[in-house]
Design a protein around this ligand. Structure first.
Ligand code: ATP
Ligand code: MG
Length: 399
């Protein structure tokens, strides 16, 4: 019976000059996300809302509607959405449709004697009834149809809410409001590059930055032959999952083994992890500049492991001259896990495979390594720049 879906987004993000860009981006992204599930459906924006309609059929087929309902929560920038019935701007037709629908909705509700309310919104100021008059009109008509004793009115927290929107060109009725992720449409902020390990945190960090509107490419470091191919396969599957939230981000696959061997042979064992990290940052920065990504993203959380003390983060950070976004810096592991579960990355991250950082890693890493110390250690490496250049030239790209 539903012949449209009303999509709502935050007006705040659409103030001023950004409004057009934001809305266009949101509509493009919805079209892109629905291209397989609901090919041919129409996506339009009309004053502060996005409307999705089937292309030719009079209403959505049930399974297509179900697919759309499962996809829309992952579209960043959407606050909520409702499958709805599009109607002419005519109170008699609106009332009749509400009365026809109500018995089925009440019968399907799990609560025996549910609470009920009508919420009307009227942007068409020429409509003869006020919002409140529309609400009273519809409640009265529905009470007559299903029986007054079938429900109680609760204006705040009703079990069943009938929504009614009166616009200039059409009106709409709906019963369900589905929550979406919020945030900003991917593409409304510049592209970034996420350092993606097989761990729990970095996929969550990438998701959070996409949610703020930045599409992301991915870069991962392995240490073949000291890490097995599964190390990279795992990251590939995580990148594929994250790409469901955006248009395809590329995965840059970097073999750090040559550098790690040199560090093992030339430098203090306690400094290895820090030196690996500084090299990862430098390589990531070079790729980001080449590919026009405006910042790096990591899943670092303050104090979580030895390389994430304030001192070490500072020392690692100073290897480069580029903004590093760390959306999880203040998060607890449990908070990161909760998001990982929600977005579906947790089960992929839980697969146990060797990590690049642990190759030749010491059991007692330095927890407060100064930049000077790092520079001294790096000076012991013959042709540091040449090794990195060769590694960068050998990067494999999954496009
Ligand atoms: P994660 O769960 O994301 O691996 P973590 O808690 O294991 O994080 P670290 O291993 O210290 O923490 O890594 C911190 C951040 O450094 C990661 O979130 C990621 O952004 C980046 N990083 C670490 N190892 C790699 C790697 N092999 N490839 C790409 N990025 C990495
Ligand atoms: Mg890790």
């Amino acid at each position: 019976m539903y012949n449209c879906i009303i999509c709502r987004y935050h007006e705040i993000a659409t103030k001023g000059n950004n409004r057009n860009m934001f809305e266009k981006c949101l509509v493009d992204n919805i079209r892109h996300m629905l291209r397989d599930a609901a090919p041919g459906c129409r996506v339009r924006r009309i004053r502060g809302r996005v409307w999705i309609e089937p292309e030719e059929e009079p209403a959505f087929q049930a399974e297509i509607l179900e697919r759309i309902i499962s996809i829309l929560p992952g579209v960043f920038g959407l606050e909520s959405f409702s499958p709805a019935i599009l109607l002419p701007v005519d109170m008699d037709i609106i009332r009749q449709t509400a009365v026809d629908l109500a018995p089925e909705v009440f019968a399907a509700h799990p609560v025996d004697h549910p609470t009920f309310r009508v919420r009307a919104r009227r942007s068409n100021k020429r409509f003869p009834l006020t919002s409140q008059q529309i609400e009273i009109d519809l409640v009265t008509a529905i009470a007559e149809k299903v029986g007054e004793n079938k429900f109680d009115i609760d204006l705040k927290n009703a079990d069943i809410t009938l929504g009614c929107e009166i616009r200039d060109e059409f009106s709409a009725l709906y019963f369900d409001i589905y929550r979406a992720s919020g945030g900003l449409p991917v593409g409304s902020n510049p592209r970034v590059l996420t350092l993606l390990s097989g761990g729990i945190d970095s996929p969550v960090a990438a998701w959070q930055i996409m949610k703020r509107g930045s599409p992301t490419d991915f870069i991962t470091f392995h240490s073949s032959p000291y890490t097995p191919p599964e190390t990279v396969d795992k990251v590939r599957s995580i990148a594929a999952l994250l790409n469901k939230f955006q248009r395809r981000g590329r995965l840059f696959i970097v073999n750090l083994a040559e550098f790690q061997k040199t560090v093992r042979d030339c430098c203090s064992p306690r400094m290895r992890t820090i030196l690996y990290r500084r090299a990862m940052f430098r390589i990531a920065e070079a790729v980001a500049r080449r590919e026009d990504c405006k910042a790096l993203v990591t899943g670092e959380a303050l104090g979580q492991v030895a390389s994430q003390t304030v001192d070490n983060m500072d020392t690692i950070n100073r290897a480069i001259d580029m903004l590093v976004l760390r959306p999880l810096v203040g998060a607890d592991k449990l908070e990161a896990i909760a998001i990982a579960e929600k977005i579906g990355s947790m089960k992929l991250s839980s697969i146990q495979v060797p990590d690049s950082c642990t190759v030749f890693a010491p059991s007692n890493p330095a927890t407060a390594a100064s930049v000077n110390l790092a520079l001294q250690e790096e000076a012991k490496i013959p042709d540091y720049a040449g090794i990195l250049e060769k590694i960068i030239n050998d990067i494999e790209i999954d496009a």
